[in-house]
Design a protein around this ligand. Structure first.
Ligand SMILES: NC(=O)c1ccc[n+]([C@@H]2O[C@H](COP(=O)([O-])OP(=O)(O)OC[C@H]3O[C@@H](n4cnc5c(N)ncnc54)[C@H](O)[C@@H]3O)[C@@H](O)[C@H]2O)c1
Length: 252
């Protein structure tokens, strides 16, 4: 896929799926704006891209804070004059607890980082895309945006919100040449989901999780990125408002 000369923002680009996306979009010719709250990791991502001979820059942003998100988009317009593709991907897990025991502080943190951030991003990205005559957005949801996930009330609520916002915004701006979709990853090996570390604290759980996936394995970050890239490409020119499970058949 060719993203030559496209200006591409990726949030949560310091690690995992976001870092892999930043590297893949840059390798496909795009200019990547890697954004994250983690400056060290974000700069490492940019260094890796530059070492491949490709183009990227880092802008530190806490996507849970509306003023910071507004500043990020203003900076992009000032520096690059446009935003062709936005991958709103930053996210956190939150603690694991049953609904009754789930701490309210954690609820608020997960909702603001995973859900409010996507609203803040789309609210500030769409005007840029309207102004330039089009664009593409992919939000990272989760299979927890399509089904329940015990012990994760806040995460599940936040990812259902991402799916709902994706559909609503897609319908609102479809006629303006702006396509908005989401991907819904299953367990994907990354710093957020590390089966080796999980096995140490919860023996046997990774195997149980894997057994639930019809393909009987976890996803690789690149498999999530391939779906993002397809959704952003011209090959998906009539696809908008969808939440694509990349889940080895789990939600089938
Ligand atoms: N790994 C999985 O199994 C899995 C499954 C389903 C969905 N997802 C989703 O995929 C996305 C990426 O996850 P990952 O596995 O790469 O995790 P990760 O922890 O490796 O990466 C998440 C990135 O988001 C950044 N981030 C967190 N809070 C932020 C904030 N307030 N502002 C800016 N950046 C912030 C982190 O610093 C980190 O770099 C997340 O939205 C996650 O919910 C992951």
């Amino acid at each position: 896929m060719n993203f030559k000369n496209k200006i591409i923002l990726i949030t949560g680009a310091a690690s995992g799926i976001g870092r892999a996306a930043a590297m893949a979009f840059a390798e496909a010719g795009g200019f990547v704006i890697a954004s994250d709250i983690n400056e060290k990791g974000g700069l490492e991502t940019v260094a890796k891209i530059k070492a491949m001979g490709e183009k990227a820059t880092f802008i530190k942003t806490n996507v849970a804070v509306f003023e910071e998100v507004k500043k990020l988009m203003n900076q992009i317009v000032e520096q690059f004059g446009r935003l062709d593709i936005a991958i709103n991907n930053a996210g956190i897990n939150g603690v694991l607890a049953r609904t009754v025991d789930y701490p309210v502080d954690d609820w608020e943190r997960v909702i603001s980082v995973n859900a409010s951030s996507v609203y803040y991003c789309m609210k500030t990205q769409i005007p840029i895309m309207l102004q330039q005559g089009g664009g593409t957005i992919v939000n990272t949801a989760s299979i927890a945006g399509l089904k329940g996930l015990p012990n994760s009330i806040a995460y599940t609520a936040s990812k259902h919100a991402v799916v709902g916002m994706t559909k609503t915004a897609a319908m609102e701006y479809a006629r303006h040449n702006i396509r908005i979709n989401a991907i819904c990853p299953v367990f994907t090996i990354s710093p957020m989901f590390d089966p080796v570390a999980l096995e140490k604290v919860a023996k046997g759980i990774p195997d149980k999780l894997k057994a639930n996936v019809p393909m009987k394995r976890f996803a690789k970050v690149e498999e999530q990125v391939n779906a993002m890239m397809w959704l952003c490409s011209e090959k998906a020119s009539f696809v908008t408002g969808h939440a694509l499970p990349v889940d080895g058949g789990l939600t089938a």
